[in-house]
Design a protein around this ligand. Structure first.
Ligand code: ASP
Ligand code: MG
Length: 446
């Protein structure tokens, strides 16, 4: 068994759905479960319609409902060369009727609870899966019969044990090599059958949960990039997809805003020992990334990421010399002022820390000045070199600094998990720094 998840951009119109159909067909020998998002932009459209209704703008809500309907009908007509099968036509009419009733209810009460919002948002995935299942002649399963969550609407917490039992009962028997099974990402239901969602972008999470419950051999996340890249391609054009990525590496990259699926969403699969691959729907023969619990990537540095601007604070106190309790005192101030610290590097009489550029510093500095002097350097960028083999590669630091050449490194910090070596440079040198590091240390990774 295998799970294939397709995001909104992969099912955005009839042409996209045809491509998904061909990938589904190719996966048939593996008894696939196809998990779909709503057609691109549909979920946003549903949110907009709901908000218009909440504001009492029923006409605006209905107009949006009609646009969504037209878009789905057009996709269905394109797929079926003009003649939508009666059964599908009836289902679409029912679903849009349901949407209209919900929107009218919201408009009448001018009240949009998270519970109502989930009921409305669920229509995106229910529509896309109906159209697609009809097109491929697949079995359609309502995810709400399997993906059990708690009753926190808008951000339901999945209940893995219940999901496992429900999947074994209602899903596993349907999976076979003759006919694909199609279900929805993002949506679930409470024990009482109330519709919930996992939060925006939740379809990857659904795919991982289904995969873990069914113990499939692989969860494939099909999207519009060829996997996770070695660096942001807007900064380093020669960035390439990373063949193998560990879960910890993925988490580090995500923390640095790398455009990678959120690691928390694939954790259920990774924990169950199931590899998760990230693939490009329009380039199925191309490269892709495999994320697993542990991998030994081929190179000490798997990827580079950056975040900026940040501000570096250097807190010094000569009284700190050979004193205990200084750090406790220092961090107590940050804690009290609710300022979150990113990198930390200590010297004998000073500590350097990075904070977000928009941190309100006035009160913080006032407090710190009671026992130390503070130097503030704004406009810095953190560059993170991430790799499982960083810690076991001698001479890497020298290579790194050599590659940077005349770019001054103001701070260095090795993450506690030893897979992230972070450097701080002036913001205006960050692009150059990333390019140089990429060329020397990552360049031929793939
Ligand atoms: N359709 C939902 C959203 O746009 C879930 C997803 O696409 O993952 O947030
Ligand atoms: Mg998505």
């Amino acid at each position: 068994m295998i799970v294939l998840k397709f995001g909104g951009s992969s099912v955005a119109d009839a042409a996209c759905m045809r491509q998904v159909a061909s990938l589904t067909k190719a996966a048939l020998p593996k008894a696939p479960l196809i998990v779909l998002s709503a057609m691109g932009k549909t979920t946003n459209g549903l949110f907009d319609a709901a908000k218009a209704a909440e504001a009492g703008d029923l006409a605006g809500a209905m107009e949006r409902q009609r646009l969504l309907m037209a878009n789905h009908r057009k996709a269905a007509e394109d797929l079926f060369a003009g003649t939508v099968p009666e059964a599908l036509d009836t289902v679409l009419t029912e679903l849009f009727g349901e949407l209209e009733m919900l929107l009218r209810g919201v408009a009448m009460l001018r009240e949009l609870s998270p519970r109502s919002m989930d009921a409305i948002a669920s229509l995106g995935e229910r529509l896309s899966t109906r159209i697609f299942a009809a097109f491929i002649g697949g079995a359609w399963v309502d995810a709400r019969t399997i993906l059990r969550t708690d009753a926190v609407f808008g951000e339901g917490a999945p209940q893995p044990e219940a999901i496992k039992a429900l999947a074994a009962e209602h899903l596993a028997p349907l999976l076979n090599t003759q006919r694909a099974v199609v279900t929805q990402g993002y949506i679930g239901a409470t024990e009482d059958g109330l519709t919930t969602t996992l939060g925006r972008g939740g379809s990857d999470y659904s795919a991982a949960l289904f995969g873990a419950a069914l113990k499939v051999e692989e969860v494939q996340i099909w999207t519009d990039v060829e996997g996770v890249l070695t660096c942001d391609p807007r900064i380093v054009p020669e960035a390439l997809p990373i063949p193998d990525l560990s879960f910890a590496e993925a988490a580090e990259l995500a923390a640095f805003g790398a455009k990678v699926l959120h690691p928390a969403t694939i954790q259920p699969a990774v924990e169950a020992g199931i590899p998760v691959t990230v693939r490009h729907t329009q380039k199925p023969e191309g490269r892709f990334t495999t994320i697993a619990a542990k991998v030994r990537s081929g190179r000490p540095i798997t990827a580079l990421a950056s975040r900026g601007p940040v501000t570096v604070l250097t807190v010094s106190s000569s009284r700190m010399l050979a004193q205990s309790g200084f750090l406790a005192r220092l961090f107590e101030v940050f804690g009290r002022r609710a300022v979150s610290v990113d990198l930390v590097a200590t010297a004998e009489v000073s500590v350097s820390l990075t904070v977000e550029a928009d941190t309100p510093l006035k009160l913080l500095i006032q407090d710190l000045s009671a026992f130390a002097t503070v130097e503030v350097n704004e406009g810095r960028t953190i560059i993170a070199a991430v790799g499982e083999r960083l810690k076991s590669t001698p001479g890497l630091g020298a290579q790194l600094l050599t590659a940077l050449g005349d770019i001054n490194v103001e701070m260095i910090s090795m993450g506690a998990n030893e897979i992230n070596l972070s450097l701080v440079v002036k913001q205006e040198r960050a692009t150059d720094a990333l390019r140089r590091l990429h060329r020397v240390l990552v360049g031929s990774a793939s």
